[in-house]
Write a protein that binds this ligand. Structure first.
Ligand SMILES: C[S@@+](CC[C@H](N)C(=O)[O-])C[C@H]1O[C@@H](n2cnc3c(N)ncnc32)[C@H](O)[C@@H]1O
Length: 210
């Protein structure tokens, strides 16, 4: 999907916005951020004003291209460099970043992070820096590895599709079990509950030892 249909995937994630409280919680005024699995930049663009230097690691070339185009148009976009790489082989020195973050990308599966990927993220993080997994998908696994958990708000949250047609088309592709309900309700905004997924309002994090 990321390589063959990057535009399609990008239309979905533009509708699935990270909760503002998560963005508020992430640190500002720091020197360096490493983001892993940056995709087309849903989180990267939100990080631009926060650090002097950002490295966005993304293995899928078409998503890297989308992100590079977006950064070229963004304020502070030149602070970010987009590079190829994987969770378990990050092209960065030890203790390079104040914040090492992944959004909707890290899982316990070795192909999407796993123990080797988490160890790499921690290697790249400086002492007293923070490793943050935004929108984590397996809390108990992360908690067992010393990660704390925060969830923001309890209001109902919605995927903000650009139009009703877009809502129907994208739910048919990405959330087929919910497609009939989306067609019946005929609204552009679709709750995360309808799609059967957790909203992106949470983060698991570890502050590295001094
Ligand atoms: C669901 S997308 C999320 C993208 C972006 N972080 C966002 O929030 O929109 C998952 C991303 O992780 C990347 N990815 C998948 N496996 C990876 C790996 N082993 N190492 C690094 N990134 C990976 C994919 O290419 C994709 O860009």
């Amino acid at each position: 999907m990321y390589r063959l249909e990057p535009e399609l995937y990008d239309r979905l994630i533009r509708a699935e916005k990270i909760h503002p409280a998560v963005l508020e919680w992430l640190p500002r005024g720091i020197d360096r951020i490493a983001e892993v699995g940056a995709g087309s930049g849903r989180l990267t663009l939100q990080l631009l004003g926060r650090a002097g230097e950002i490295v966005a690691v993304e293995p899928a070339a078409p998503l890297r291209d989308l992100l590079i185009q977006r950064l070229a148009r963004a304020e502070h976009g030149r602070r970010a460099k987009v590079v190829d790489g994987f969770f378990d082989d990050l092209p960065l020195p030890d203790e390079w970043a104040d914040l090492v973050v992944a959004c909707s990308a890290f899982t316990p599966d070795p192909g999407h992070g796993g123990d080797a990927g988490l160890a790499e993220m921690e290697r790249v993080c400086r002492p007293r820096g923070c490793v943050a997994i935004v929108w984590p998908n397996n809390l108990s696994w992360l908690e067992a590895r010393g990660y704390r958990y925060l969830s923001f708000g309890d209001e109902e949250l919605f995927v903000e599709f650009a139009s009703l047609d877009e809502a129907v088309e994208l739910t048919e592709i990405f959330y087929p079990a919910a497609a009939a309900q989306v067609r019946r309700r005929a609204r552009r905004r679709v709750s995360f509950a309808t799609l059967g997924i957790n909203p992106p309002r949470d983060v698991a994090f570890k502050v590295m030892a001094a």
